[in-house]
Design a protein around this ligand. Structure first.
Ligand SMILES: [Zn+2]
Length: 470
């Protein structure tokens, strides 16, 4: 499955129809695209019903919203009056009065065909190859011209005498590249369109899988992935989803001239898993930092303790080749050993769920904890487990899970600790731990005010949904 193609599809497959000119393209779009990719990968293989997941993940985001369409909430003051008709806009560019060289050339509109190249297009218009070379040498935004694809439109002003005068190219739905040439000088700029933001809320109850329920509720795959990503630390979407779990989402979608361009963010969300309610608020502080926070201002992204044993010394580090003290042969040591006296408590380094508790070959008594969908930690050679813990038990960060021992292949009492990211071993002492700082205190009042208003909307829509279900 090529996720990139799915994610790109909604960004690139339509020419832009309309927009407003602004100077800034928010870099968050790029970030979001990356996040979406990661989340798709995360969700992949986690869905309890893979057949359904396949079907839904591969759906184009252009699929019309199903009948149970989400309720539209009034969008506060995003008037349309700044809109500029892009056709008129381009005509402005095309008008002879535009630019110093405006009267000297003719405009050509070129639709990129399969097999077309920029060189081919330039050549057909009689532009000297030297100018194409010089243009691409400019780097920066001009580099977008190396990635043209069929269906896109280029507008070029040329003249028989001088070749290229101006070029305008729709990079994606929200940006237009504009170039004008004066001798060897190229003036290159990118115009960014500002979409209209519409607030929408929806709610759903899970029957078979999150994807199916979210789709029914009118959430795009993109937003569904974002929803799962927000709660990934608290809810194991692979194993923990139950029939009857609920979600309520207040989100924003972006429109250009009435067309949904498939971008948007979740503003607030609630997920009820197994009767336990999790809530998240998107907040951008005055310093420009955006994250999802729980109602008490803690980041939804949890972090890990670096060390699972308080009173210990590191007796062996992570390495990909060392002589095993008992097996007496070179073997990778894919964890860190903490030597401590027999019976010293071992702590879970993060919130999670025990997915293994029992003997595990040379590891002896071992616990493996799954943290969200990406991370897992392993604790080996325990003398005993903490009472009451079994496979499936939830553990909290810092909670004692067992005690130092030398069960399995161990020369003396120590904890062998492993840290895995998507199943791959990482050095627990060096791995970049995820997680985020809580909201800065100075923003707390503002956050609470906003969170309260967003949560009131979430509760309203959830209650309406539940009432209509009953
Ligand atoms: Zn070890």
């Amino acid at each position: 499955m090529n996720y990139q193609s799915i994610i790109n599809r909604d960004v690139k497959s339509h020419p832009v129809e309309a927009g407003v000119r602004t100077r800034l393209l928010r870099p968050t779009y790029i970030l979001l695209a990356c996040t979406a990719l990661v989340l798709t990968a995360m969700l992949w293989g986690m869905n309890p019903e893979p057949a359904e997941a396949t079907r839904h993940v591969s759906l184009s985001l252009d699929v019309p919203v199903p009948a149970a369409s989400p309720a539209e909430v009034v969008t506060p003051g995003t008037p349309d009056n700044n809109h500029i008709d892009p056709i008129k806009d381009l005509n402005k560019l095309a008008s002879p009065a535009a630019g110093a060289n405006g009267s000297e050339g003719d405009w050509h509109k070129v639709t990129v065909k399969s097999g077309d190249s920029l060189a081919g297009i330039f050549s057909r218009l009689g532009i000297p190859p030297r100018q194409l070379h010089d243009l691409l040498e400019q780097g920066g935004a001009a580099g977008n011209l190396k990635r043209i694809y069929p269906g896109q439109t280029l507008r070029l002003m040329t003249s028989d005498d001088t070749g290229l005068i101006k070029l305008s190219y729709q990079i994606d739905k929200l940006s237009i590249l504009e170039i004008s040439r004066d001798g060897k000088d190229y003036d290159i700029s990118t115009t960014h369109l500002t979409p209209e933001h519409r607030k929408i809320s929806t709610s759903g109850v899970i029957d078979s899988s999150l994807f199916v329920a979210a789709h029914k509720a009118g959430l795009s795959d993109n937003l569904t992935m974002k929803l799962a990503g927000i709660f990934a630390w608290d809810v194991d979407f692979a194993l923990d989803i139950r029939k009857g779990d609920q979600f309520t989402v207040l989100y924003e979608e972006q429109y250009l001239d009435g067309e949904n361009i498939g971008r948007g963010d979740i503003l607030a969300a609630e997920f009820v898993n197994h009767g336990k309610r999790y809530r998240a608020i998107r907040y951008t502080d005055a310093g420009g930092k955006t994250d999802y926070y729980s109602l008490d201002g803690k980041s939804m992204r949890k972090t890990f303790l670096r060390t699972p044993v308080e009173f210990s010394r590191i007796s062996s580090r992570f390495s990909l080749g060392r002589k095993h003290p008992i097996l007496n042969r070179i073997r990778a040591h894919k964890g860190v050993d903490y030597a401590a006296s027999h019976g010293t408590p071992i702590k879970a380094t993060g919130n999670g769920k025990i997915v293994h508790r029992g003997k595990k070959g040379g590891y002896g008594n071992t616990i493996v904890i799954q943290h969200g969908s990406t991370y897992s930690t392993l604790y080996a050679h325990m003398s005993k487990y903490r009472k009451g813990l079994k496979t499936g038990s939830k553990v909290k960060q810092g909670q004692t899970i067992g005690y130092i021992g030398s069960s399995g292949l161990a020369t003396g009492p120590h904890l062998h600790y492993e840290f895995r990211v998507n199943g791959a071993h990482r050095d627990p002492l060096k791995v970049k731990l995820p997680g985020a700082d809580p909201l800065n205190k100075e923003y707390m009042d503002d956050f609470h005010a906003k969170a309260e208003s967003l949560m009131a909307q979430i509760e309203l829509i959830r209650d309406i949904q539940l009432a209509s279900n009953n």
